[in-house]
Design a protein around this ligand. Structure first.
Ligand SMILES: [Zn+2]
Length: 157
């Protein structure tokens, strides 16, 4: 399919608790491929499945080295520190806000084959993951923002 349309706020699907993935099949791998394409072509650094209309616990994120990591059923095991920085979202074009996030997180997720992955993320990468996990719980960044403002030239999540 390739690039998929991004669901914009206030679509209801952005505000529901997404369902856990239990089947790791070809359909899931095709979906992940489309999510990669959609994120890259939208100049995003993260994309959650509800943003393309699929209420499942799936997100793709770009790490510090520019690699795309698939996060299926992601969960934060441990967190520490606090950072405040601007954040945007592909479902809120042109809107940015300062959001407080944990500086360092330890994440558990599954890959496209269903294997457990464990890793630590810090700073901007940790921010992107927290933003995407919020999406999977129907939480959108403006509800956490300390301030909201229009801005150009930032990366969207
Ligand atoms: Zn977002």
């Amino acid at each position: 399919m390739g690039k998929r349309a991004i669901v914009m706020y206030p679509d209801e699907i952005l505000q529901v608790e997404c369902e856990k993935v239990t089947v790791f099949d070809k359909e899931l791998r095709n979906l992940l491929r489309d999510m990669h394409t959609t994120m890259i072509e939208s100049d995003g650094v993260g994309l959650a499945a509800p943003q393309i209309g699929i209420p499942k616990r799936i997100a793709v994120v770009e790490d510090d080295d520019g690699r795309i990591i698939d996060l299926i059923n992601p969960f934060i095991l441990k967190e520490s520190g606090s950072q405040i920085a601007p954040e945007g979202c592909l479902s809120f074009p042109g809107l940015f806000g300062d959001v407080e996030r944990f500086t360092t997180i330890k994440v558990r997720a599954q890959d496209k084959m269903g294997r457990t992955i464990l890793f630590e993320a810090t700073d901007f990468f940790a921010r992107v993951i927290q933003h995407e996990i919020d999406h999977l719980n129907g939480i959108l960044f403006p509800s956490k923002a300390i301030s909201l403002y229009p801005e150009e030239g930032q990366e969207d999540e």
